[in-house]
Design a binder for this molecule. Structure first.
Ligand code: NDP
Length: 289
């Protein structure tokens, strides 16, 4: 069977890498980008540059979007909405689950199917087998285009019909990623203020991160069972420890905003009566009440 021809809208670092991966596999690719010059090297490799978003959408059933967010999607697609009927929009722009659900309704109103995507790969991971993307939305659209989507990331993780779920799974990963990486920036700033380089502390920082899966595996079943027993750690100990971290930053002349936010959270847990419970009891403070 011939390879599915693809329309791709959005040529930031991610979209550009996606167009490259599709061309590498031999797909016919029609492009549109607000800044047309970003398509130059792709056109030199055989991609077709459409003059308008409407023309790009009219070219193929499968329309992949890689834009900054869903507001950018409306900015591009609203004027071209008449061309959307019968199309499958695979939206790899990241945004909230709420925006994804609204977009699915909006697309359906124009006769198009909307598959939400959450790409767990940096631009250099696009086209590689070991990277993965969450998808949710109409199963039929996913099944039909799965092989083409596997060109973008070798793994595709279909999470069901709800348009919001792929966005939710992506955001779950992002809260871990951005805050963990920020904790590393704080450690580096503290090291630098004390005459150590990022490279000096790399083995220790890496070992700390490498231990995390074991830590999560210990707490996950206990959290699910509502067990916050203070048998291995106590929140009161956690707060004392975080206060040392805040003080070390302050004494070193380093910003302490992130450690202070964690210390404040632990203090709230203490005030709620969890001093002798595990610091996993913080989870109970954060949820919807
Ligand atoms: P960019 O924000 O660089 O993508 C920008 C693209 O959106 C460009 O094509 C830009 O056009 C277009 N765009 C933005 N606003 C508008 C608008 N109002 N009208 C028309 N076009 C617009 O992001 P990336 O390529 O880095 O990422 C794309 C998506 O993938 C984002 O949602 C991002 O969160 C997600 N993502 C990114 C990762 C990364 O490592 N970069 C990793 C995983 C997901 P123009 O070229 O004209 O500016």
């Amino acid at each position: 069977t011939p390879l599915t021809p693809v329309t791709l809208i959005g040529l930031g670092p991610m979209g550009h890498a996606m167009a490259t991966a599709l061309l590498d596999k031999g797909h016919q690719v029609t492009l549109w980008n607000r800044t047309a010059s970003r398509a130059d090297d792709l056109v030199a490799r055989g991609a077709i540059l459409a003059a308008t978003p409407g023309e790009a959408i009219a070219a193929n059933e499968l329309v992949i979007l890689s834009l900054t967010d869903y507001d950018a999607m409306y900015a591009v697609l609203e004027p071209a909405a008449a061309a959307l009927s019968g199309r499958v929009i695979v939206n790899l722009s990241s945004d909230t689950p709420k925006k994804a659900r609204e977009a699915a309704v909006w697309a359906a109103g124009h006769g198009a199917a909307h598959l939400t995507g959450g790409v767990l790969a940096p631009p250099h991971g696009i086209g590689k087998p070991e990277f993965s993307t969450f998808y949710s939305g109409p199963r039929e659209a996913y099944d039909k285009h799965r092989a083409t989507l596997e060109v973008l990331t070798g793994e595709t993780d279909y999470r069901g019909e709800d348009a919001g779920v792929a966005a939710l799974m992506y955001q779950l990963n992002m809260v871990i990623f951005w805050t963990s990486v920020s904790s590393y920036w704080y450690a580096v700033a503290l090291a630098k203020a004390n005459g150590l380089s990022a490279t000096d502390i790399l083995p220790y920082a890496s070992e700390n991160m490498t231990g995390m899966p074991e830590f999560l595996s210990f707490y996950a079943p206990r959290i699910d069972a509502g067990n916050h027993e203070g048998d291995v750690d106590r929140l009161a100990m956690g707060l004392a420890s975080m206060e040392h971290v805040v003080d070390t930053h302050t004494d070193s002349g380093v910003d302490a905003a992130l450690p202070s936010a964690v210390a404040d959270l632990f203090r709230r847990g203490m005030e709620a009566g969890h001093a002798a419970d595990s610091f996993s009891s913080i989870v109970e403070l954060l949820g919807r009440r």
